[in-house]
Every structure is written in C-alpha cells, then in structure tokens.
Design a protein around this ligand. Structure first.
Ligand code: SAH
Length: 353
C-alpha cells in the first residue's frame, strides 16, 4: 500500500500546514483546498496554477485518494446506489437521487451502525467502524463527479449508513468542508443531518457557527413504543430529544424535521397520529412520514396506503405540517433503511445455473 499521506480530507488549516512543511507560503494551502473540494481534482497534474516543482514536492510525500467504487446499481427510477470498498475492506453505501427540481446525495458516516433500530437493515447487519473525513467527503466527490451534468442544484443528506452524531468529529469536519463556499459549496439549507438524538453531540452541533438542517428520527409518539423500536431511547429519552431539537437553530429559521417510519399495525394507527399531534402541538417542526421499506430480514410490514392517508390527514387537520417520503431505488435496496453491505448476502462463489 501507498504509505504517502492522503491530502483529500484535510482541513484548510491542515493544508496550510502541508504548504508550510514544503517550504511554501500559506496561500498554496488555500489553492490546494480549492483544488481538492471546489474543483475536485483527481491528481496534482490537474492543479494548473501550482508550479510543476511544487506539484513534484507534493507528490513525493502525499497522494490524493477517494474511496474505491466497488459497484454501482441503477434503479428504474434513475436512483444509483454506490458501494464503496475502503482501505481495510469495509464497505459502505451512498445513493444518488435525481428529482425534477433537485438532486440529492445520501451519504454514510459509519460502516454499519451500532444502534440496532428494529426496522432498519443497516443495524441488523452490524457495526464495523466510524468513517474518516476523507471517506465521508469521498462519497460526495465521487457521486458529484460521476453524475451527468444537470441544471438542478445539489442537496446532501446525512441519512445513509450509521449514526452521524456517534462519529461527531469526522462528521462535523466533513460538514464544514461541504458547506464552505470554497469547499463543496453546498448551502447549509441544502444539507440535512438525520440523527436519533445523541444529546451531548447535538448540543455541540448547535454551537457550530454554520450548521445543516436537522432531522430527528422519532418513529413513535411515546417513549414506551419508541423504546421497543429504538434501543437508544433508553439512553436519550424522547422528551429530552424533542426539547433539544426545538432549540436547534436551523439555517434561515427553517423547521426541524421529525421523521416517522410507519410500521403496519405498530405505530400507524389513528390513535398514534393523535398522540403525535399532542406531542408536537405548539412546537415548531414538520413531520416526514416514511412508509416502511420492507425487506425479508425486517420483522415489520409496510403500512397500507389508506393508513398513510388517514395518518397524514389527522396531522394536517391539527395544523401539523406533514409530508410523505416517496421511496426511491427500492428495487436496488437503496431506499431508506435498506443500506446494509449487501455483498455479504451473496454467495462467495457464484453457482452455475
Ligand atoms: N442514524 C441516523 C441516520 C440514518 S437516517 C438516523 O437514524 O436518523 C436513516 C433514515 O431511514 C432514518 O430516518 C431511519 O429511521 C429510516 N429508516 C430506517 N429503516 C427504514 C426502513 N426499513 N424503511 C424506511 N425508512 C427506514
């Protein structure tokens, strides 16, 4: 393996340090920063405003590496799922979701997930490790570079594999570069972080000078049902999570999103909707209903269309802002909760038919 240090993933300050260590002025670090993230150079040979001698000095000590794409699967609806293989063999997934008015990249922050929510395949597949900054940003760089040029602006959602607030430092370092106008230049209101509500980390995120939108994985209208579905409820309780979310300063005064995965017969009945209304009444926020994306390994069923409609209407009639998430890429297991190191499910040796 290449023992040289990877430049990709370094902060602006770190890149200024790299410049200094090569006997170059600090502005060379800023040039590098723009090449890496704004222009997404693949090697120093792209960096045309750096003298050849400087590029050679950089190449002697540093490389520029993105995670390796092991597989791409395309859905009938245009969604593309990327499987990346990392240096240590861990695999992660990202999803490209084209829509009429925007296009979205969904990224992972951990290989696997330790939270074990009862309805999510990522948790069922287990937990391997936190991702590094270069592994998080490399997903965005790869998908942006490979996608066909289109007019629509980019949205990034931190809603892939893993719990971002359990990998706080790398996630926040990546968010800073994503939102930096000289980095990936994604506007904060086009960036959303989804979390179950790891409270100490959420408090820290609020202190960041520039923050993404916040989405909270709620999934139940009361603590006892939430605890059955999400073991983390025992640690960070529903009322505290909502109280913290209410204080979260979204970009441009936007509303916090409460995500609610609907499970047939479990949390999708009218009484659950009414309980959710009572829970959120008088609070700022919007509810995003996510009909379960079923899978063989998940012990729950999808709600019926009429259950979703009825649930939605109860919220809307009570003046709770509500939307329903349309599943994307279900046929390639790229929809919410379906990212799960699919490779393992396949036999190691292909069986001739
Ligand atoms: N750990 C964070 C980030 C992952 S986001 C979080 O939980 O918020 C993944 C989103 O997909 C969450 O809202 C999650 O609850 C939802 N999800 C998980 N499994 C799902 C499934 N089978 N069907 C639909 N949505 C699912």
């Amino acid at each position: 393996m290449d023992a040289r240090l990877n430049l990709f993933g370094l902060s602006r300050d770190a890149l200024r340090g790299v410049a200094a260590s090569l006997g170059e002025p600090a502005y060379r670090g800023d040039q590098l920063y723009r090449w890496l993230y704004l222009k997404r150079a693949r090697s120093t040979s792209d960096m045309t405003d750096l003298p050849k001698a400087v590029r050679a000095k950089i190449d002697a000590d540093y490389t520029l590496r993105w995670p390796t794409v092991a597989e791409r699967s395309q859905s009938f609806d245009g969604t593309v799922k990327y499987l990346f293989r990392l240096d240590d063999g861990a695999t992660i997934e990202s999803v490209y979701i084209p829509e009429s008015t925007r296009r979205t990249i969904c990224i992972s922050t951990q290989a696997g997930c330790p939270l074990k929510c009862a309805f999510c395949l990522t948790g069922i597949a287990g937990y391997k490790r936190n991702l590094r900054v270069d592994e998080i940003l490399g997903q965005v760089a790869t998908v942006m570079t490979e996608s066909p040029p289109r007019q629509q602006g980019w949205n990034v959602v931190v809603m892939g594999m893993g719990e971002p607030l359990l990998n706080y430092d790398a996630t926040v370092a990546a968010l800073r570069v994503l939102m930096d106008p000289e980095g990936f230049a994604v506007a904060p209101r086009k960036l959303t972080l989804s979390t179950v509500g790891i409270l100490p980390a959420l408090e820290k995120l609020m202190q960041e000078p520039v923050r993404p939108n916040l989405a909270i994985s709620l999934h139940a209208p009361n603590a006892s049902l939430r605890r059955e579905l999400m073991p983390i409820e025992a640690r960070y309780a529903l009322p505290d999570v909502i109280a913290a979310a209410q204080r979260y300063p979204n970009p441009r005064g936007g509303l916090v999103t409460y995500e609610y995965v609907m499970l047939r017969g479990v949390n999708d009945r009218p009484e659950h909707a009414r309980e959710l209304v009572r829970l959120l009444k008088g609070r700022r926020g919007k509810v995003n209903l996510i009909p379960l994306n079923p899978a063989r390994e998940i012990p729950f069923g999808a709600p019926t269309a009429s259950a979703v409609d009825a649930f939605c209407r109860i919220l809307a009639d009570a003046h709770v802002t509500v939307s329903v998430r349309r599943p994307r890429g279900q046929d390639i297991l790229a929809a919410c909760g379906q990212l799960h190191l699919q490779e393992r499910a396949r036999p190691a040796v292909s069986i001739p038919s």
